[in-house]
Design a protein around this ligand. Structure first.
Ligand code: PEP
Ligand code: MG
Length: 950
């Protein structure tokens, strides 16, 4: 035993010793994003498919994981390997790291498996110090360029590796610009930039107590460590939590070390970002922004407003052509739209990054359909590109085209959709107001990753700087929120908390509307229209339906909802909740009378009065769903929900009693007054008309009649009162206690079906009994259904086909499914109640009482009312499916709880063999896509990534 153990340890040692951390761009496996991070994998792939990438290497994510595992210590051997790879880089470039004569400068960039704002830290120009800067000036003869590179390095290094706040560097830079009357940074002279360099070095010393390290190796060590640490930075951790990014999906960040190339070496140099297709519209054109004589961060941070890439065709025609070819190469290789960064150094193009392009749902659908038509991808690949939840973006509103008012300013259409809200100038305040339920437009000069919480809180984003690829634009598009960027006429003053545009002042809290599809900014709220689904989506959903094994039905209670459901492609109604039909003003009094009736005969009398209303509703729904099944659930909620509350009644009764007393006092008033002072009698005639009218009310006994009625209702409400109404006399229990109610509903269903048949409508009613826990309950209801069915068929001379089934929403029903299936022809899982019962969590209270604590304490990962609890609730469902089908192999099974529209739950339902999911009409496109994904993933044996889409 002991021997075995030591052998094991030795093996581990061997494995540890063998672990390598560095991979050159020529070596790294571009498909292994988990090891190399997305950026590193892209650099390796691009190098290996022959694209121009500056030489470099990747330190793997494993190094970062080991760093934390070893108590924030560099893993043994890491820096030796880094030295080795740096030497190779020196050889490849013919430059020396720290060599003043010919200095090698590098960029150090983070990059995890998933792109993750909050951790996107990049240090450029590492290797610069006072000596190498002088050497570089001698070499290039361009002092301005070198000083500019040096100050950039100092700021990024100071921020990431030494923790000096970014804003303090910005403030010095802005002061210098003001001092030299420069509006843009390119107007600063070499001398002015040298001043900036000096002040930045002083700032680092003052802030950290340590001088800026002149030794390039010390710089490299600190930079790698800074990137490592950023993985556990607050913003990155928050982001991972928000989007459920588990270690399985991204564990640690890689560090990418790449030879510097310069886009700021004059007018034949530039830097830019591109998309292989337009990410806003999906059009198949090269798209992006660039800036001449600038470094990468200028474009991404939106510090200067860049120019559209199409203008590069005239500026640098050869490079433009090269980019066009490159776009085809990238798409052929990745079979996906790419978002890339490039730099042009003295007329030579270099690729610095590529990744799958984030697009809005419109562009995603268009590119998916186009790429299938172009033969680039298959229909299945096209479907898998679209996270079902993304389709939610089609549900965004847009400005009514009839609205003709001119916008107050126009910027760049950075992310489509329109939004109205209060202007708020910082992310913290946006978060605070957003939490209070306010609608917010986050308004910034430019945004940075630390503003992410403001994005979550806001309806839309507005910036005065930056293009379509600025931080604001990219993040907003990913979230499907409208964004207008680069509104140059918008002069934002954070201190005064106001923005000026032309002569208009917009103060914090003022309402504005932005239209991210046109880039327009309007004052006040503007009329909006609900969205329509684009044709490309219809095509994709047709492909989805071909693949899907599970059908998508709708929860629809009204004819309008049924029409919408059908338009969105529902294959039936899986849940028509009849109780909502009783709440309308003309029906509620009848319903109340029926509930308050003392005898079954009286109850039936009132129930009969409700039949015409119910029948009409059902008839209209049958018309809308011609040819498709309509599952109608018999009354479910406890009856007291239709009655006034005890408190309400007591208040009314007290008021009526007070009225009676006041009236009595008024009638007695003349005598009382005379008793006090006969002189006052003169005043009394003026009171007479009032008392006369009230006296009549009393004489007719109106107040007493009402009082009696209210007291009777109160008595009945008290009788019906239950301590736990959701576990009380509801659903089938109520149906059995008051059979007249179910009889009335069953009659209305069959009569509506008979009338529809006479109109030649293909009706397929399915009668569903709620809250069943035993087959015996169904056996009690079924003969009544059969009896009424026969009567209606006879009366209308028609044959009505129907199904009789049950909700499965009680744990016992799952465990007795085999027996229940002897009576029920179909099951529909009511996972709202089933979750409530399985957890014994009140669904009305859990979400705002203890669930948040359970989530933050990690006791429960998700809210089980939102994300189906596969382990518990799912297990019960599985038992019900298996045992139900053992009894009745053709048992039709669906789900109609809220989870029915949730992609992850749909996948689960597919796996356990349900026939359909039923969800709200607006979620049908999402569910259809999710149903297809489930089938394709199963077929291809693909692993499911459980995360919210972004
Ligand atoms: C359910 O319980 O899942 C269900 C659909 O019924 P309701 O939400 O109406 O109780
Ligand atoms: Mg229920």
């Amino acid at each position: 035993m002991a021997r075995k153990r030591s052998l094991k340890i030795d093996e581990e040692k061997v494995v540890m010793a063998k672990r390598r951390y560095c991979y050159s761009f020529e070596e790294g496996d571009g498909t292994n994003k988990k090891l190399l991070g997305g950026k590193g994998a892209g650099l390796c792939t691009m190098t290996q498919i022959g694209l121009p990438v500056p030489p470099g290497f990747v330190i793997s994510t494993e190094a970062n994981v080991d760093y934390f595992e070893q108590g924030s210590q560099f893993p043994e051997g890491l820096m030796d390997e880094v030295h080795e790879y740096m030497e190779a880089l020196e050889k490849k470039t013919g430059k020396g790291f720290g060599d003043p004569k010919n200095p090698l400068l590098i960029s150090v960039r983070s990059g995890a498996a998933l792109s993750m704002p909050g951790m996107m830290d990049t240090i450029l120009n590492l290797g610069l110090n006072d000596d190498t800067a002088q050497g570089l000036i001698a070499l290039t003869g361009d002092e301005r360029f070198v000083n500019d590179a040096y100050r950039r390095f100092l700021q990024l290094f100071g921020k990431i590796a030494m923790g000096v706040p970014d804003a303090e560097f910005d403030a010095i830079f802005e002061e210098t610009k003001e001092k030299y009357h420069a509006t843009v940074d390119t107007e600063l002279s070499a001398q002015a930039l040298a001043e900036v360099v000096q002040r930045f070095k002083e700032l680092i010393k003052k802030r950290t107590g340590r001088p800026f390290p002149q030794d390039p190796w010390a710089q490299l060590f600190l930079a790698i460590e800074g990137v490592f640490k950023s993985w556990m930075g607050k913003r990155a951790v928050d982001y991972r939590r928000q989007f459920n990014i588990t270690p399985d999906m991204a564990h640690g960040t890689a560090v990418n070390i790449c030879t510097m190339v310069f886009g700021n070496m004059g007018s034949d140099s530039a830097t830019g970002v591109g998309f292989t297709r337009d990410p806003g519209t999906g059009e198949n054109v090269l798209y992006g922004d660039y800036l001449i004589n600038a470094q990468g961060e200028d474009v991404v941070a939106g510090i200067r407003t860049p120019r559209p890439l199409r203008e590069l065709r005239t500026d640098m025609p050869e490079i433009y052509k090269q980019l066009q070819q490159l776009r085809t190469t990238l798409e052929k290789h990745y079979r996906e739209v790419q978002d890339f960064e490039f730099t042009i150094e003295k007329g030579k193009l270099y690729m610095l990054q590529t990744r799958n392009g984030k697009m809005n749902a419109w562009a995603l659908c268009k590119t998916s359909v186009d790429m299938v038509k172009e033969g680039l991808i298959t229909e299945e690949e096209a479907l898998l590109r679209i996270e079902p939840d993304m389709l939610e973006q089609f549900l965004h509103r847009r400005i009514d085209p009839d609205f003709k008012q001119e916008p107050v300013a126009v910027g760049i259409s950075a992310s489509p959709g329109a939004a109205t809200g209060k202007v708020v100038f910082d992310a913290d305040r946006a978060e605070q107001l957003g939490n209070q339920g306010e609608k917010i437009i986050l308004t910034r000069i430019e945004t940075k990753p630390e503003d992410i919480h403001g994005f979550f809180a806001a309806q839309g984003i507005l910036t005065s700087r930056g293009g379509k690829t600025s931080h604001a634009a990219v993040v907003a598009r990913g979230m499907g929120k409208p964004c207008v960027s680069g509104v140059e006429g918008l002069d934002i003053n954070y201190e005064l908390r106001e923005a000026r545009v032309n002569s208009v002042i917009i103060r914090e809290g003022d309402i504005v509307t932005i239209d991210g599809s046109t880039g327009s900014l309007y004052l006040g709220a503007v009329p909006m229209l609900d969205p329509e689904l684009p044709q490309d989506l219809a095509t994709l959903l047709e492909w989805a339906d071909k693949k899907a094994k599970i059908e998508v039905w709708a929860n629809a209670d009204t004819p309008e909802a049924a029409v919408r459901a059908r338009q969105h492609g529902a294959k039936g109604i899986g849940l028509c909740r009849t109780e909502r039909m009783f709440n309308e003003a003309d029906r509620l009094p009848l319903m109340r009378n029926m509930i308050l009736a003392d005898t079954p005969e009286e109850r039936k009398r009132w129930a009969d009065k409700l039949i015409p209303f119910q029948r009409q509703d059902f008839l209209e729904i049958f018309r809308a769903m011609n040819g498709l099944p309509v599952t109608i659930r018999l009354l479910d909620p406890p009856l007291h929900e239709f009655l006034p509350s005890i408190e309400e009644l007591i208040t009314d009764i007290n008021r009526l009693k007070e009225f009676s007393q006041i009236m009595h006092a008024l009638e007695e008033l003349p005598g009382t007054v005379a008793m006090l002072d006969p002189e006052l009698n003169k005043l009394l005639p003026s009171l007479e008309p009032v008392t006369r009218d009230f006296a009549e009310v009393r004489a007719r006994g109106l107040d007493q009649k009402l009082l009696k009625e209210k007291e009777q209702v109160l008595k009945r409400v008290r009788v019906l009162y239950e301590h736990n109404p959701m576990l009380g006399n509801r659903g089938v229990r109520c149906g059995i206690s008051y059979p007249e109610i179910y009889d009335m509903q069953i009659q209305a269903i069959f009569e509506a079906a008979a009338m529809a048949l006479r109109e030649k409508i293909d009706v397929r009613p399915e009668i569903m009994v709620p809250n069943v826990c035993s087959a015996m309950e169904l056996m009690w209801v079924k003969p009544r259904v059969e009896k009424i069915h026969k009567e209606v068929e006879k009366r209308y001379h028609v044959k009505i086909k129907y199904k009789f089934g049950t909700m499965i929403e009680i744990a016992r029903a799952c465990l007795r499914a085999g027996r229940i299936a002897e009576v029920a022809e179909f099951f529909s899982f009511g996972t709202n109640d089933l979750t409530q019962g399985t957890f014994s969590f009140s669904r009305e209270d859990a979400e705002n009482k203890f669930l948040p604590i359970y989530n933050t304490e990690g006791i429960l990962k998700d809210n089980p009312f939102e994300i189906l609890d596969e382990a518990g609730v799912g297990r019960l469902m599985q038992i019900a499916v298996t045992e139900g089908r053992q009894t009745r192999p053709d048992l039709k099974i669906g789900i109609c709880g809220e989870h029915g529209g949730q992609p992850q739950a749909i996948e689960f339902c597919h796996k356990i063999g349900l026939n359909y999911v039923s969800c709200s009409p607006m979620r049908i496109p999402i569910a259809r896509m999710a149903a297809a994904h489930a089938a394709i993933k199963e077929e291809k044996g693909l692993e499911v990534i459980r995360s919210k889409a972004l």
